[in-house]
Design a protein around this ligand. Structure first.
Ligand code: ZN
Length: 321
């Protein structure tokens, strides 16, 4: 497999979605799925709304799923121009455990299916209709995090892949391969798999749907897909290459836990390129991630009002043993 010598993009950093009820969201991702709640903060562009982060123990790139829960917003719909399915990596022999667990907590799922040779997966949705999959595989060396209510050997390891439904496949593929250090590593039918790093947590599947309208943003849809860049220097190189493709990347924006640029790819998905550092232990101890409401300095003066207006949230793991 050929990879460019110096990669400015190494894989998936995080995936951010829209939700409705923040408490249901917290229950589902920590309780049912067992992800670690790694950060409770606010939407830096709309601080009256939470920004909730889930991931592995440290919140490593390739494991971070985040939500803007807008209470009462209408549901979106899957379709072209969106990331429609976010897939998690779990061990191959965990399939019975997860089928039973989803059933026990009333989460409907499709029967196990196979694709791209022998990749076994099951599809289900979160309470807002966000498309999710568990991919059962034996290629993932990452340790699983557990609060204790899910046996560590069955725990989610992080992402496996993200699935984009593309109207303009060729242009999205060209962006990934020419500017974003990805390589086409597999294809089957209308599915094309790309990777900057050939390992679970980094696969980007482009699906060219036979018949599908455009997706519509709302609860249960992905807001953006963030790719990981090693540092601020590689981020600027990535930004320049994306600008050369006339995609108008934003200037670098400080997101407290990483630095980011944003641009819309040709099929309509909002892409971000985020730095690995400084990470989630920058404003609270690694052992107690997610426990306090963390605010960037500019919103600290508004803490009393925000703590009053944002709905109370607490981990409710006892109900999900
Ligand atoms: Zn982001």
């Amino acid at each position: 497999m050929y990879y460019p010598m110096k990669r400015n993009i190494t894989g998936i950093h995080h995936i951010t979605a829209l939700a409705s009820d923040p408490a249901k969201n917290l229950d589902f991702y920590t309780g049912v799925l067992g992800l670690r709640f790694i950060k409770k903060t606010v939407n830096f562009d709309a601080p009256d709304v939470y920004h909730l982060y889930y991931g592995d123990e440290a919140g490593s790139p390739g494991s971070i799923l985040t939500f803007f829960p807008y209470e009462g917003i209408r549901r979106g719909s899957h379709g072209k121009g969106l990331v429609n399915t976010t897939t998690f990596s779990v061990p191959l022999d965990s399939i019975g455990f997860w089928e039973e667990r989803l059933k026990r907590f009333g989460v409907p799922h499709k029967d196990a299916q196979e694709r791209l040779g022998n990749e076994v997966f099951i599809y289900f949705e979160d309470p807002d209709g966000l498309g999710l999959e568990l991919v059962f595989n034996e290629h993932d060396p990452r340790p699983g995090f557990t609060y204790g209510h899910i046996p560590a050997e069955h725990a989610i390891r992080g992402f496996f892949s993200a699935e984009i439904w593309a109207g303009g496949y060729e242009r999205t593929a060209a962006l990934l391969t020419n500017q974003m250090d990805h390589v086409l590593i597999a294809e089957q039918g209308n599915r094309f798999r790309f990777a900057a790093t050939d390992a679970p947590g980094n696969y980007i599947d482009i699906l060219v749907p036979n018949a599908s309208g455009n997706g519509m943003s709302g609860a249960g849809t992905i807001h953006h897909l963030a790719f990981s860049t090693p540092d601020e220097e590689t981020q600027l190189i990535a930004r320049r290459r994306i600008a050369e493709r006339m995609l108008n990347p934003t200037p670098v924006i400080d997101r407290q836990y990483f630095k980011s640029i944003y641009f819309r790819e040709p099929s309509g998905v909002l892409f971000e390129v985020a730095t690995e550092a400084p990470g989630f232990a920058v404003d609270e101890p690694a052992e107690s991630l997610g426990e306090g409401l963390m605010l960037p300095p500019r919103y600290e003066p508004f803490r009393p009002q925000l703590e009053k207006s944002l709905p109370a949230l607490k981990l409710n793991l006892e109900a999900y043993q």
